[in-house]
Structures are given as C-alpha cells and as structure tokens.
Design a protein around this ligand. Structure first.
Ligand SMILES: Cc1cc2nc3c(=O)[nH]c(=O)nc-3n(C[C@H](O)[C@H](O)[C@H](O)COP(=O)(O)O)c2cc1C
Length: 126
C-alpha cells in the first residue's frame, strides 16, 4: 500500500521519510496523477485554498476508489482547528481519520503510524 502525501514546508515529507514505505508526493503544480493502487493519504493543515490540490488529486480519475483513510499533520496550538484538513477530507469522502501528529512527528508517532499502516495491510489481505 502506498502513502500519498502533500507537503508545503517539508514537515509532512520528513514524517513520510521516517516511515520509510513507498510513497507518492502530490505535485502542487500538477495534482492530476492517477495512482492505480490503494493508499493512505497524509495531509498537513492549511486553509482550503492551499489544500484544494489534494481534493484535485482525490477526485482525479479512479483515485477516490483507492483512498482507504487519511492522516493529519498539524500544530496543537491551533486548538479546535488541529488537523481540520484531514478531518474535513474524512467527512467529505466517507473514509476514516486514522492518525494525527504534529509537524514531522515524534519517534512514537512514527512507531504508531507504522502500526496503523500494518493494520490496513493485514485487513486487505484477509
Ligand atoms: C499559515 C498556516 C496555517 C496553519 N493552520 C493550521 C491549522 O489550522 N491547524 C493545524 O493543526 N495546523 C495548522 N498549521 C500547521 C501546519 O499544518 C503544520 O506545521 C504542518 O506540519 C505543516 O506541514 P508541511 O510542512 O508538510 O506543509 C498551519 C501552518 C501555517 C504556516
């Protein structure tokens, strides 16, 4: 399973690099790429204008069919707005919010997110 992510300032990219699984970074200048395999989406949190490339990616060709879940990166200082982008995506596309973390994630975040990914892998092979 692939990890598809978006990153504006590099925090989410650093998190994904620490996970060390196959990934695909959404290209902000051209999000229209068909992924053709199941994936988890990892998104940082910004205003809608910034993250609409993620919606463009999800809605391109068959990409929505392969979207299994979403994880959110953010900053807890934003209070109730913590990881709202991932929460909105979960609601809008009817998929689970599987994980949240701050910035590029702690060592525990890396460990726990890997567990989440493994759980999805084993569910798929049931
Ligand atoms: C302008 C701006 C607005 C942000 N708004 C939120 C927010 O509403 N909620 C939140 O949890 N994090 C918010 N963040 C924090 C980022 O989502 C967080 O730093 C994230 O790790 C950035 O990921 P990236 O470097 O991959 O783009 C904001 C950051 C910036 C710079």
């Amino acid at each position: 399973m692939r990890l598809v992510f978006f990153s504006l300032t590099g925090q989410t990219r650093r998190f994904i690099n620490k996970i060390g699984l196959p990934s695909y970074e959404i290209d902000t200048t051209n999000p229209f790429h068909e992924i053709n395999e199941d994936y988890l989406l990892i998104v940082p949190t910004y205003d809608k204008e910034v993250t609409e490339v993620v919606n463009d990616f999800i809605e391109y060709k068959t990409n929505q069919e392969h979207l299994l879940g979403v994880a959110g990166g953010g900053n807890l200082n934003f209070g109730d707005l913590f990881v709202f982008t991932a929460k909105d995506i979960a609601k809008d596309y009817g998929i689970p919010l599987v994980f949240s973390f701050e910035f590029s994630g702690t060592n525990d975040d890396v460990k726990n997110f890997k567990k989440v990914v493994n759980e999805f892998e084993s569910k798929r092979s049931d």
